[in-house]
Design a protein around this ligand. Sequence first.
Ligand code: FMN
Length: 382
Amino acid sequence: MTPDLSCYNIADLRERARRRLPHGIWEYAERGVEDEGGMARNRAAFDRVTFRPRVLRGVQKVDTSTDVFGGRAAFPLALAPTGAAGLLWHKGDLALARAAATAGVPFTISSASTMDLEQIAVAGGRLWFQLYLWEDRSLSYAVVDKAHDIGCEALLVTLDMPVPPNREYIHRNGFGTPFKLNARNTLDVLWHPRWLASVMGRYALDGGVPSQANLPDRLRAKVTKGAPPGALFKQDDLDWDGIKELRDRWPGKLVLKGVLHPEDAERALALGADGVVVSNHGGRALDSSIATIDALPEIVSTVGGRMTVMLDSGVRRGSDVIKAVALGAQIVLAGRAPLYGLAAAGEAGVSRALDLLHSEVSRTMAMLGARSVSEIDSRLLG
Ligand SMILES: Cc1cc2nc3c(=O)[nH]c(=O)nc-3n(C[C@H](O)[C@H](O)[C@H](O)COP(=O)(O)O)c2cc1C
């Protein structure tokens, strides 16, 4: 059972996370890029979608579960890949994976996780793996093979960062990699002794500063060091042939994450991909991107029914999940919402975030007169 954290919605958990984390780490987890128009647009677009509920449907029993890639999810949500989890909480990747398994929803391991795949897999539950390609492609292929060996069902290849995003605050706060101590970030960290002791203190006790865990030992660089040659993510040369190679190599479900154009979705389908995530990386990649809920309908009308369409970016309420499903998404991914829970209270906080979203999904469905996910469609929208 999740302890009472006195948090009644995702915004409460967000506030707790903000207070607990050093400012530089909080901004890394929370902020977007440039002027953050994309983040605001994602939310504004969700808010513009309204419901037209049905009444007198008998909603004593509401079944929130859904199928995705041949397995059941307790409600239409999976945890998005988030590389910074290990800086928000000690062994944060494992805490996220455990809470997802308990909640009965899939968890996506990030290529940039600070724990390696086997360490995360002990959580059990349904696992997906997100891929950024390293400059040395053979490293990526080795990790992809390992993801298959540990039982990941799906490979999500993230495409919306062909070049590094413009996150000015990272430099302003002095939290870039390699991480270098200066007066500003030292004060910031010292000002958050609980985080320092419970996150960095515990890493110090079990072997030191976290590093990119999915690389072979010889290439793992601590966050305080620059990456050795070949060990940086680099995708500016990735094209459809590169995706074809991955398709030929990966026997499980292949999903392209960060698709906003229907023609790209069509091309993904033609190439044999099983799904797309309509995503603008939570407003963290290209600031002036279209809001995902606005991009969704055209993509669904192009490839819906022929491949799995998922959506992320800006999901903060159960009603957002239902809006996406009503517009044709199979499932949504949540990035920051579980991270707020993680930073607030570790695994218990993530469980709290997922419980809140699940109960909001269930309540919204009842209010709409939808007794199962299959009864949610665009006729319930205003
Ligand atoms: C702190 C943080 C780290 C992230 N790391 C990754 C990552 O390693 N790989 C990836 O594909 N997306 C990453 N994302 C993007 C998420 O997978 C997802 O697309 C986004 O968070 C969805 O928006 P939301 O945070 O509003 O739910 C990250 C997002 C955040 C907030």
